[in-house]
Design a protein around this ligand. Sequence first.
Ligand code: FE2
Length: 197
Amino acid sequence: MALVLPDLPYAKDALAPVISANTLEFHYGKHHRAYVDNGNKLLAGTELENLAPEEIIRKIAGDAAKAGIFNNVAQAWNHSFYWKCMKPGGGGKPSGAVADRIMAAWGSYEKFVEELKNAGATQFGSGWAWLVLDGGALKITKTANADTPVAHGQKPLLTIDVWEHAYYLDYQNRRPDYLAAFIEKLVNWDFVNENLK
Ligand code: FE2
């Protein structure tokens, strides 16, 4: 099977109160699992079956006839990446190489946060906010629905899921509050630095 539901890197209640165990029960246990299961069903018996998820995403991005496969495979990939972008007691100012790169690109941590929040808040409907490497440069970007920087030749460094299922049980319609709490209290900067290597 091409897609695997990875173990969460922490207990389901470890991110509370920023993200509740209840949210993770649904988001990881139902939504992510459904992308994996549906993706594997759609991939079974096709020429894509034995490829890595990243290869599938690059190969079929923009192919309308394969949109169903793309959506499930990309969502499976995006979620596996998203869980690793958080840790209990994370967030706040970064350290290491990414801190220097953020200063060079945005001039201050505060400006970076403003732009990341803005990307997440202005993604109309479902989608994702990202910090990516694009041609060697750090960029903040956003994608709609299942779309992913992996499909666009960019290297994801950090993501925030802004689908309502990521925050609605804890924040209802207050997406900006979820974004602020995620950035202040959850970001796993060690993982971001690993991705930068
Ligand atoms: Fe999600």
